[in-house]
Every structure is written in structure tokens, then in C-alpha cells.
Design a binder for this molecule. Structure first.
Ligand SMILES: Nc1ncnc2c1ncn2[C@@H]1O[C@H](COP(=O)(O)OP(=O)(O)OP(=O)(O)O)[C@@H](O)[C@H]1O
Length: 950
């Protein structure tokens, strides 16, 4: 680091803030005049280091230095301003965190001195802008930021969402319009699928309505920065003209898109204004625009993404905790990783497309040599996507062109690997990859690019780390070089002459130096100086006398040195001009390289899947895929890939059979820590992996494609945002009720945990009923409400109108545990077995944990009061005893009580659901709920079944 650093005990080393009182005063007055912006973190570039001030300083001190002692006061008294200094690498770290990890800040960088400063860089999580260079200079790009704009109109009680997005790295625009429910479920899945980081919404003029709140809740759930823009920005008047400039190809397509949706066009207009794409003419004619369809991919909401551990989290103790971490074995620089990230959020729904990916993975799994060879080539592939981007923006240098050249040289080798493979899918691989590679590597395609680089670049200098244009590429460059070489020779001659003249051996005593200040000079040590002082004074010109020696020259050397410097300058400027020309020509190849990048990234991800599938301790298998309306979901010997990959886990595999009409809806009970949650999640994870195109951790798998996975597991971090656990459960479950269809997969864990027993149980029961009767989606419902297992045998008539088809089939499963009488240990077996759970574990556990005998005895008595171990199972199971193996606990209450009780619970829930919560204040909501609850309590007093729960 260039600046002085101060070390304060164990505190971090920080650059010293060097401002005198006047400078400090000037700066403070400038700083105080800056417009308020709570989101902005402002940095001031002080050449060798950066500073931040005011609240920003405190924020940085707390968040990144983890101590306030790093704060320094500028000025004194009431006007003083806290500040913190930041060195260059810390600055990069902070900016990276602010723009790539967090989504609640924007970053501004100012340059200047005293009281004169200027905003020079401005970035937001969606619009990295000029910070892109800072952020990715030394790091691979993990994700490409996507900014969205959303324009909601409510007509006749219907929410119409106009959505537009831009991916500035890929130069893609997209737009769509759709009707959404009041929880914005579809918008949420679009945000997840597009990895949106920032969303532009129209500024609110009045106070927030419940609808606005819900919109913002969705953004918060998806960790998206909300940026408000003037309503007038959302006007589509000039959009056709603007798109005409930005978008490549004929205008018909974008005209059609704009005409199809006014709301989306308005959103796109706001987006173009915000991203300022039109103010940079390197963007003109470079963008593509596509209609976006929500039905292209499996829908995932933020809760599902979390429940299935799809993406990496900073807190992950190891990379295998997330599906991304586990599946990422990509080896190209950046490209594969980014594609995997996208694919995981966009699982396919089209059987043919999934099959094609699986075919490729199978080819790679079976063709060991093919896989290894391809990976060894891909390992050496640079981030072509990013290089192409630099080329298009004219920010590329010769080094970037050379890297593309090196990539291009490898393409024929990749083609050869593919053509050597003669397995089952050779024809497909040839068609999908080989044919493109063949075309691109022809002499009139990339052959021309290679030729350009070979002619223009001095490839021999690459080993010295120099990227220069070869002299023989251009006559004037050649002339300059020849001339400069000759001057250099003369300089060496003069050096030798002087050495002879002074009687000092050249190189050893009389050195020839090259400095920026004097050009070529002679140098001797101070020790030698007395020997030659006389001559030095008479025939040479002394330039500098310092500790490290004396620098001097003579008329001849000076003249030659001046000549040399001039020639070098001319040579460099000719080099620069030529580099610019070469980069310009190279930029005409961006389309081919874009194609190459797409192909290699895809191959990289599929190779990564294959690698994971066959190198896992128990290899994965290819799932057989059927459309959403046919087949079942059968996973034999299935595992949770992330839990299985943990070092200390000996994973027990399980079967899952979601069979239409038999076990399409499964209730899973079992002791705490028994593996319920892991099991139901692993089903979701397996389905997701299959639809991404990967093999699955099973012995055999059949999967009927799902268009959506809904997962509700735990209340997440909602409490932090002031939403109670119960409310969060209600909200997440409401979105399942509203949006799930027969083609979805539903995973629910411990619903009702966040509330008192009877509310929770009632809610769980009512939701199960709804899912079974109305939604009819395959579902896995893990619960601690043992009473729910009665649902499988419930003969109660449907509550949601006439049946919508044959029964979906409800089945009970439980996770097993074993009590070893010898070792006195309770062992979780993690085996999922048919039937509901044996719930007597609690007392066994207490006994073996050496609870006092009296306590265990009392517990037994109490249990006996509640349970009738000898009661005929028929009583409660509605005649079906088969599934009750192992279930000892039975309620004493009769069927009548139970049916009436369930009816009362249903009534309670209907009343609760009918409350217009949207329009009520929090206090009103609680008051109404209290009233409903008190009514319920009264009825519960006369129903023994309900009493047991209250
Ligand atoms: N099939 C399995 N094989 C081996 N270990 C497992 C298996 N399933 C779960 N585990 C281990 O058991 C732990 C607890 O599992 P899980 O959280 O799924 O239990 P649970 O029944 O949902 O518990 P709770 O009811 O307390 O939420 C996991 O962290 C995991 O390490």
C-alpha cells in the first residue's frame, strides 16, 4: 500500500487520513451539501486510499472493521464529521459485498480535493455500471446482474403485472405481462428464475396500500433492491424508437412485443431510462429482445429455493451444503458456473428438452475418455462471455484478444474428442456440438480470426508476459523498430567507449541505466567516483549524485537517448493505434464467440453433472421422465445429495412412492430428529435435479415432470421483518393454496408449529383437506400432529364441493427409530416406513436418559389416561387396520366427537379465512381472531376430541 498506515493495537492497519484543518473544513462543507440518500454508500478517492464519512463511516466501521475505534473525527465541535479510511483492497472487498452480496445499498465514488468533488462512478446491485471493472478485475463473475421493472395495474380486482428485465452482461431484454394473485406468486417465481437483483417500481404518491406492501414483501423475500422511479418514466411513448436503436435485427419482433403489452412496454421504458443504455452508443444494435414466458420453466419461489438449499449461502460451513456448491464441478472460467446458477433456478418442464440434457449427461457418464478429455480442454477455457463483452464495449486489449485466440485453437481439439466417441448418443452429440464446432473452426470463420492474431501479435513475446503487435505486421512499425534498434546499438557502443575512456569495465563498474527522468545515463558508485573525478568534470555532465551512486552522461549519449525516447514514443503510439485496429477487427467475431461461449458453458455444466453422477460414493442414476399428466414419482433408494455428501453422515436411503390414486398425498410422522424433514426435502431436490437435466441420487427413479415446487419448511427469517411465525406460515401456505395445481409438487414441514396446538392442528387439517380435494397435487406433509394420520381413513364427505376426480390417495408414512435395551440408546434409523408413527418414544427416551423412576412412572400414568392401548384400531381407523402397524396411541374419543370436532375446526378456519385481513389494522385482526377463538373454546368444552388438543 502506498500511503502511511497506522496500527492501533489489535485494530486493523488503516491508511492515515491526512487533511489539515482548512482542507477538513472544505470537505465537511462539501459533504454536508450532498443530497440525502439513505441507500447510498459514498466513497471518496484520495489517490492512495479511500474514505467514507458520516453514517456511511459508522456503517463501514461496524460491518467491515467490526469496531468503532477505527472512526476518526474531521473538524471539531458540533460540526465535526466522523470518517474512516479504507485501503484499496478493502475498498474492493466492501464494494463487492455491497453490490454483489447485499441488495440494500448503492455505491457512489467521488474524485476531487478540498471542497471540489465530483461523482465519477455510480453502481447498484442491478446496474454495476463502471464498477464492473473493479468487481471483476481479480475475480470470476459468479452471476450476471439482472434489473427488472414492474408495473402493476389493478383492473376489476385483477392484478396485471407488466414486467421487463435487462441483463446487461448478456445484452438481453425481455418482457411479459401476466395476471397475478394478490400475493404476487407469479412475479416471485419470475424474480427467482431470472436471478433479479434490483427492481424498478413507480414511486408512490400516497401512503402505501396493502397491495404495495405485498409487492414490497415479495421483493424482500427475493432479496431484491427496490428502486423507485417517477411515474412519468413508466410511459411507453418512445419505446419503439428506443428499441429500434438498441435491438439488433428487424424491428417487427419488438414492435409486436410492444403492441402485445402496454404495461410491459411501460416497464421497459422505465428500465431503459434507469439503465441509461441509450446513452452509450456501443450498445446500439447489440441487444436482443425476447418475450419471457413464466411457463418455460418450473416455478420456484424464494421459500422453495431456501428449503431445497439451491443456492450457496455465506454461512454454509462447506460447499456441499447447497445444491449449487455440490453440483458445481464446472471447469471453465466463470461461464459454466454462471450457467449452472441459472439452470438451477430454471428447471425445465419440457420432457423432450430434459431428455436431451439427460442424453448428453449419459453420454458423458458412459464415455469416460470423452469426459476426461473434454474436461481437460475446458479447464483451459477463459471466460469467453466476459471477453466478448469487453470486445463489444471496446474495452478489450491485446491480451483479451490473445486469450480468445488460445480458446479458438482448442476448439478443433474438442471437436476431435467428440468425433472419437462412438457410443449410443454419438449422433446427437455430433448434431448438437460437433457440427457447430466444425463450422466455426473452418478457415473462413475463426480461421480468419486465428490468422489475424498470428499475423498481428508478436506471439514469441507472450512467454515474457508481453502482449504487443509484431513489428512485421506494419511497415511503419517495422521502420520505427529498426531505427530504434540501431539507436540502441549506438548507445551500447557509446557505453563501451566511455568505459574505455574512464578505465572502468562496462557493466561491472560503469553501468548503463534507463530512467524515466533522464533516459539512458551512465552510473558509477560513489566509491569509484574519486578515480575518475577529473574526467567526469571535464568531459561528462553530472546529473545526479545520490547515495546509490552518480548519474552522468555526455553529449553523444544524451543525443542518442533523446532519439531513443522519441522513437519509443512513436513506436508505442503506433502500437496503440494498431492494437485498436486489431481489437476492432476482432470485435467482428463476437457473434461466433458468443455461440462458442454458449456451447462450451452448456457442455461444461453437463460434464459437471456427469462427473458428480459417477464419482459420488454411490453413483447417481438417470431418471425416467414422463409428462406432468402421466406417471408417478417413484424414487427408489433415494438420498439427499447434500446431506449424503457431508463427511460425518452415513446416509440411509429411502424409497418414495408418490402414486396417483394410492399415495399421491403422504403424511409423514415420526420422532424429532428422525429425518422427516430431510426425507421430504430430498424428494423435492431429486425432482429439481432431474428437471435440470442431472442424474439423481437414487437406485431407480421415475419422475412425472412438475411445473412448480412449493416448499414450506420452517418460518425462515420472517420474524426479523416483523412478521410473526404464525403469520408467515399463513402467508406461505396461502400462496400454496392459491397457486398450486395438480402438476405441482408440495412439500410442507411442520405446519402449525408457530401457533397454539388447536389452531395449528386445525390449520394443518384444513389445508390437507384442501390439497387433497381441490389442488390434488402430489404432496409430502411432515407433521408432529399425529392426529393428522386419521386423514388417510377419513370417510367424511368432501367439504369443497363435488369431487374433482378419483381420490388422489392418502398414505401414512413414518420415520423409524429403535430403542436398544442393552445399550440403553435410542437410535434413529432414518428409515421411512409405511403407516403412522409409534409415538411412545417420548417415555422411552426419558427412561433411558435416566429420568427419575417416579417421573417416568407418572408419565406412563398420564399417557395411559390419554391413550387406550387396547382399543380396537377399527374404532378410529374407519375399518382400515393395515396402515396402523406399530401405532399404539389411540384417542379415547369416539368417531362422532372427532367428526364434529373436525367440522368445528373447519368452521373456525373458514371464519378466519373470511376476515378481510387486507383492510384491517393489526389490532382489529387480533381482536377478531380473539373473538373467534373464544367462540371456538366454548364449543371445544363439550367435545372431548377437541379438548385433547386445546
Ligand atoms: N436418511 C438419513 N440418513 C442419515 N442421517 C439422516 C437421514 N435423515 C436425516 N438424517 C440426519 O438427522 C438429522 C435430523 O434430520 P431432520 O431434520 O430431517 O429430522 P426431523 O425429523 O425433520 O426433525 P424435527 O422434527 O426435529 O424437525 C439431520 O441433520 C441429518 O444429519
Amino acid at each position: 500500500m502506498d500511503s502511511d498506515e497506522v496500527e492501533t493495537g489489535s485494530e486493523p492497519k488503516l491508511p492515515e487520513l491526512k487533511l489539515d484543518a482548512k482542507q477538513a473544513q472544505g470537505f465537511i462543507s462539501y459533504f454536508r451539501r450532498l443530497p440525502e440518500n439513505e441507500q447510498a454508500v459514498r466513497f471518496f478517492d484520495r489517490k492512495d486510499y479511500y474514505t467514507a464519512h458520516g453514517d456511511n463511516a459508522t456503517f463501514i466501521a461496524k460491518t467491515y472493521y467490526k469496531t468503532l475505534t477505527v472512526l476518526r473525527q474531521l473538524g471539531s465541535g458540533a460540526d465535526s464529521l466522523p470518517g474512516v479510511t479504507i485501503n484499496r483492497s478493502m475498498f474492493e472487498t466492501i464494494v463487492r459485498d455491497l453490490l454483489l452480496e447485499r441488495t440494500d445499498c448503492t455505491v457512489e465514488l467521488y474524485e476531487g480535493t478540498g471542497s471540489k468533488w465530483q461523482l465519477v462512478k455510480n453502481g447498484t446491485p442491478g446496474k454495476l455500471g463502471s464498477f464492473e471493472e473493479v468487481l471483476f478485475a481479480s475475480n470470476e463473475m459468479q452471476d450476471t446482474p439482472v434489473v427488472m421493472a414492474v408495473n402493476v395495474t389493478i383492473r376489476e380486482n385483477e392484478r396485471c403485472v407488466g414486467l421487463a428485465f435487462v441483463d446487461m452482461t448478456k445484452r438481453q431484454l425481455g418482457m411479459t405481462e401476466f395476471l397475478d394473485d394478490d400475493l404476487y406468486t407469479s412475479l416471485e417465481s419470475a424474480m427467482v428464475a431470472l436471478s433479479c437483483r434490483e427492481c424498478i417500481v413507480p414511486q408512490l404518491t400516497a401512503a402505501k396500500s396493502p397491495d404495495d406492501r405485498k409487492l414490497r414483501d415479495v421483493m424482500a423475500r427475493c432479496n431484491v433492491l427496490v428502486t423507485e422511479k417517477k411515474k412519468s418514466d413508466f410511459r411507453s411513448r418512445d419505446i419503439e424508437q428506443d428499441l429500434g436503436r438498441l435491438v439488433k435485427g428487424p424491428p417487427e419482433q419488438h414492435k409486436e412485443l410492444v403492441a402485445a403489452s402496454d404495461a410491459a412496454a411501460a416497464a421497459l421504458a422505465a428500465l431503459l431510462t434507469y439503465t441509461e443504455l441509450l446513452s452509450d452508443d456501443t450498445n446500439y444494435g447489440k441487444y436482443i429482445i425476447q418475450p419471457y414466458s413464466l411457463d418455460l420453466y418450473m416455478r420456484l419461489d424464494a421459500a422453495a429455493l431456501r428449503a431445497l438449499n439451491v443456492t450457496e449461502s455465506k454461512t454454509d460451513a462447506n460447499k456441499n451444503f447447497s445444491l449449487f456448491g455440490l453440483m458445481n464441478r464446472t471447469c471453465t472460467q466463470g461461464m459454466g458456473k454462471r450457467l449452472l446458477n441459472r439452470w438451477l433456478k430454471q428447471p425445465l418442464v419440457d420432457v423432450a428438452e430434459i431428455t436431451r440434457r439427460l442424453d448428453t449427461v449419459q453420454a458423458f457418464v458412459e464415455g469416460l475418455e470423452l469426459r476426461q478429455d473434454l474436461r481437460s480442454h475446458l479447464r483451459r477455457m477463459p471466460d469467453i462471455e466476459r471477453l466478448v463483452n469487453k470486445l463489444e464495449k471496446r474495452k478489450a486489449g491485446l491480451q483479451d484478444v490473445v486469450r480468445l485466440y488460445q480458446a479458438s485453437l482448442r476448439l478443433p481439439l474438442i471437436r476431435t474428442c467428440l468425433s472419437k466417441y462412438d457410443g449410443e448418443f454419438s449422433e446427437y452429440l455430433q448434431e448438437k456440438y460437433g457440427s457447430h464446432l466444425e463450422e466455426w473452426t473452418q478457415p473462413d470463420h475463426l480461421g480468419k480470426f486465428d490468422g489475424l492474431v498470428e499475423a498481428a501479435v508478436d506471439l514469441e513475446q507472450l512467454q515474457n508476459g508481453e502482449y504487443i503487435i509484431a513489428a512485421d505486421y506494419d511497415n511503419s512499425l517495422q521502420e520505427l523498430k529498426t531505427e530504434r534498434d540501431s539507436v540502441e546499438k549506438q548507445i551500447l557502443k557509446v557505453h563501451q567507449q566511455a568505459a574505455d575512456d574512464l578505465g572502468l569495465p562496462a557493466e561491472k563498474s560503469l553501468k548503463l541505466d534507463k530512467s524515466t527522468q533522464y533516459g539512458h545515463v551512465f552510473r558509477i558508485t560513489k566509491k569509484e567516483e574519486p578515480k575518475v573525478r577529473k574526467k567526469l568534470n571535464s568531459q561528462y555532465i553530472t546529473l545526479e549524485t545520490r547515495k546509490d551512486g552518480i548519474k552522468f552522461t555526455n553529449a553523444k549519449l544524451r543525443r542518442l537517448s533523446e532519439q531513443y525516447t522519441k522513437l519509443t514514443e512513436e513506436y508505442s503510439s503506433t502500437q496503440r493505434e494498431l492494437v485498436a485496429k486489431v481489437v476492432d477487427v476482432a470485435a467482428t467475431f463476437v457473434e461466433v464467440f458468443t455461440g462458442v461461449a454458449v456451447l462450451l458453458a452448456e457442455m461444461d455444466v453437463l460434464l459437471s453433472f456427469a462427473d458428480l453422477s459417477c464419482t459420488s460414493p454411490t453413483p447417481y442414476v438417470r431418471p425416467s421422465i414422463t409428462s406432468a399428466d402421466e406417471g408417478d414419482i417413484i424414487l427408489e433408494g433415494s438420498r439427499h445429495p447434500c446431506v449424503e455428501a457431508q463427511d460425518d453422515v452415513n446416509f440411509i436411503s429411502n424409497d418414495c412412492r408418490l402414486v396417483r390414486g394410492q399415495s399421491w398425498f403422504q403424511i409423514i410422522t415420526g420422532p424429532n430428529m428422525g429425518g422427516k424433514s430431510t426425507f421430504i426435502r430430498q424428494v423435492g431436490v431429486n425432482v429439481l435435479m432431474a428437471q435440470v437435466g442431472c442424474f439423481v441420487p437414487c437406485d431407480r427413479a421415475e419422475i412425472s415432470v412438475r411445473d412448480c415446487i412449493f416448499a414450506r419448511v420452517g418460518a425462515g427469517d420472517c420474524q426479523l421483518r416483523g412478521v410473526s411465525t404464525f403469520m408467515a406460515e399463513m402467508l406461505e401456505t396461502a400462496s400454496i393454496i392459491k397457486s398450486a395445481t395438480e402438476r405441482s409438487l408440495i412439500i410442507i414441514d411442520e405446519l402449525g408449529r408457530g401457533t397454539s396446538t388447536y389452531d395449528g392442528f386445525g390449520l394443518a387439517w384444513a389445508i390437507c383437506e384442501y390439497l387433497v380435494e381441490v389442488t390434488r397435487a402430489p404432496a409430502l406433509f411432515a407433521t408432529h400432529f399425529h392426529e393428522l394420520t386419521a386423514l388417510a381413513h377419513s370417510n367424511a364427505p368432501p367439504v369443497h364441493g363435488p369431487p374433482r376426480g378419483p381420490p388422489v390417495g392418502i398414505a401414512n408414512y413414518h420415520v423409524s427409530a429403535h430403542i436398544d435395551t442393552k445399550s440403553q440408546k435410542l437410535a434413529m434409523l432414518y428409515k421411512v416406513e409405511e403407516g403412522p408413527c409409534d409415538q411412545s418414544f417420548g417415555i422411552h427416551v426419558a427412561e433411558f436418559a435416566h429420568f427419575p423412576e417416579s417421573v417416568v412412572e407418572l408419565a406412563r400414568q398420564k399417557a395411559a389416561e390419554l391413550e387406550d392401548f387396547s382399543a380396537a384400531e377399527k374404532d378410529v381407523s374407519g375399518g382400515n387396520t393395515k396402515d396402523e402397524v406399530g401405532s399404539k396411541r389411540k384417542r379415547v374419543s369416539g368417531l362422532d366427537d372427532k367428526a364434529r370436532g373436525a367440522g368445528r375446526v373447519r368452521k373456525f378456519l373458514q371464519e378466519m379465512a373470511a376476515l378481510p385481513v387486507d383492510k384491517m389494522s393489526r389490532e382489529e385482526t387480533y381482536a377478531q381472531l380473539k373473538a373467534l377463538k373464544s367462540d371456538f373454546d366454548k364449543d371445544a368444552a363439550t367435545n372431548s376430541w377437541l379438548q385433547q388438543m386445546v
